[in-house]
Ligand binder design. Sequence first.
Ligand code: COA
Length: 335
Amino acid sequence: MTNGHSAVVTGLGAWLPPRIVSNDELSERLDTSDEWIRTRTGIRERRIADPDTSTVDMAVHAGGNALRSAGSDVVDALVLATATPDHLCPASAPQVAAALGLSGIPAFDVNAVCSGFVYALATAGGLIAGGTAERVLVIGADAFSRYCDPADRSTVPIFGDGAGAVVLRAGSAEEPGALGPFDLHSQGELADLLIVPAGGAKRRASDDPHDHYVTMQGTTVFRHACARMAESAKAVLERAGLEVGEVDRFVGHQANLRILLATAKQLGLPEERVVVNIGHTGNTSAASIPLALADACADGSLLPGHRVLLTAFGAGLTWGSTVLTWPDVKPGQAD
Ligand code: COA
């Protein structure tokens, strides 16, 4: 029975591949150093999926953990945020659903790259608001290590692999966990700033692997990220009728510690309210916000009742935000 049209967080799950790659390990094969990576990005290490572990596999682990956290494996839709699906065609979400024993439910991918999780939350919220679904599993999973040129010091140190997920259920807007308003944007004229050039309908797959690696104009992306994340955070707070001072935790997309701190500074938000886990994850793209939520719950820095601001920015360009009061939900774990 539908008891409301707001989407309420009722489960949380995360999964990281076991293999840890430290900055020192990267420095052995790239012209870089632990000192440069740490001071320019805040990253100490990242997790890299082994060749047998795909985006679908990571999504299944995180999704299963979120269902355990929710205390029920009943969901009637699955939305997977990813820019690194197992195949260009078909989408990965149906395979994730099937592996979780959910074959038959609607399941589809959302690609807004590093903003994907916020976009997927909005999409799932729409399914609930329209009465199409009452419980939705929303997963963010990416394996950008697969798209990095192993010789490119401007991308390899930045990206890590992983997956995170939440379960949303229909409920009331006044409940803890209810997603507030959204602020979502895109700017496609800046698509070239972070792009995998070939392998799509615009430019077919080529024999040159360089055509299939992610390329990034880092400094320009950095500037856009700082400006757009602060704008979006302000816009969503205004829409929700909240002041910056009422935000207890800022959970921003973990692309670079300096982007998170610059955004917080522009907002006038004290640093201690900024959730940071990039040090051990790197930039996990669509997985980064649920992974940060799970880490903050696990270390006790995110507590039930905290007002949380979620803000993401990614290739596309895309960006967006939402707000919620954190419910009494902890990350689920496999036995
Ligand atoms: N190790 C050592 N030196 C490096 C390096 C590395 N891994 N990568 C770049 N450098 C060098 C550059 O060659 C440059 O040298 P130069 O001054 O002699 O030309 C210098 O360091 C500064 O490079 P620059 O690219 O200007 O650094 P930056 O301060 O912009 O930091 C990023 C680079 C990638 C960390 C930063 O731009 C960034 O985080 N961008 C946003 C990335 C992002 O968010 N991507 C995903 C979007 S969601």
